[in-house]
Design a protein around this ligand. Structure first.
Ligand SMILES: N[C@@H](CCC(=O)N[C@@H](CS)C(=O)NCC(=O)O)C(=O)O
Length: 221
């Protein structure tokens, strides 16, 4: 059984999860693979004890163990899962379509998950009175000006970024998770609003939904 190492905690305002590790959980769910979640202490992400660095040399989550194989980085892990467990395929077939899927995936990582989203997401791991509201508002504005404007244009009339659901959409499911906790106003982005609702309606979203408890989302037998 595959083991996913991540950080997840329950709060009164929802179950919060590592965005990058949530990409991997959704991929495992979409592939119908058996897995177990191993939760690390959030403090270890900053303290980076030696035993953690021995597994992931950057001291980040996620990493997975698949038998005696250890793989880190959400993008690398999801490509590994696609290569190793090819049915159902979550990548288009044609080379240019595959490049498009990878570009959307890369955009989500760079502009959103390690770009403008942490400034909004990290404060939720603290009680309301300790949150930097100005930083959160700046992150919302940055998201609106860059990533949301780009996705609104890119999604067009399609159901998913590449037409069919692919690996490219998975990172945006993690955006859906964060914006749900934030009750983010998507009034100016009707296409994204419908797209994120479509992503939230997929059964795989249950594994990362803020409404899903830790007990309910510890893996798949
Ligand atoms: N490119 C990495 C980014 C992983 C990442 O930044 N994870 C965050 C949690 S969502 C983390 O571990 N942060 C601690 C740190 O940056 O040192 C991936 O996709 O896995």
């Amino acid at each position: 059984m595959i083991v996913v190492y991540t950080t997840e905690l329950e709060y009164p305002w929802g179950t919060l999860r590592s965005t990058n590790a949530s990409k991997v959980k959704v991929m495992l769910e979409e592939k119908g693979l058996s897995y177990r979640v191993e939760r690390m202490r959030p403090g270890d992400l900053w303290k980076k004890p030696a035993e953690f660095l021995a597994k992931h040399p950057l001291g980040k989550v996620p990493y997975i163990e698949d038998g005696d194989r250890l793989i880190y980085d959400s993008t690398v892990i999801n490509e590994y899962l696609e290569d190793q467990y090819s049915v159902p395929s979550l990548m288009p077939a044609a080379p240019m379509d595959r490049a498009m899927a990878r570009m959307f995936e890369n955009y989500c990582d760079e502009a959103i998950l390690v770009g403008d989203l942490p400034g909004l997401w990290m404060p939720y791991w603290s009680p309301p009175e300790k949150r930097d509201l100005e930083r959160m508002e700046k992150s919302r504005a940055a998201l609106r000006n860059r990533a949301l404007a780009f996705i609104e244009r890119s999604i067009g009339e399609k159901a998913y970024l590449c037409g069919e659901f692919t690996l490219a959409d998975i990172g945006y499911m993690c955006l859906a998770m964060v914006l749900q906790v934030d009750a983010f106003d998507l009034g100016a982005f009707p296409k994204i609003s419908a797209y994120l609702d479509r992503l939230r309606a997929r059964p795989s979203y249950f594994a990362i939904s803020p409404a899903t408890s830790l007990v309910e989302s510890a893996g798949r037998p």
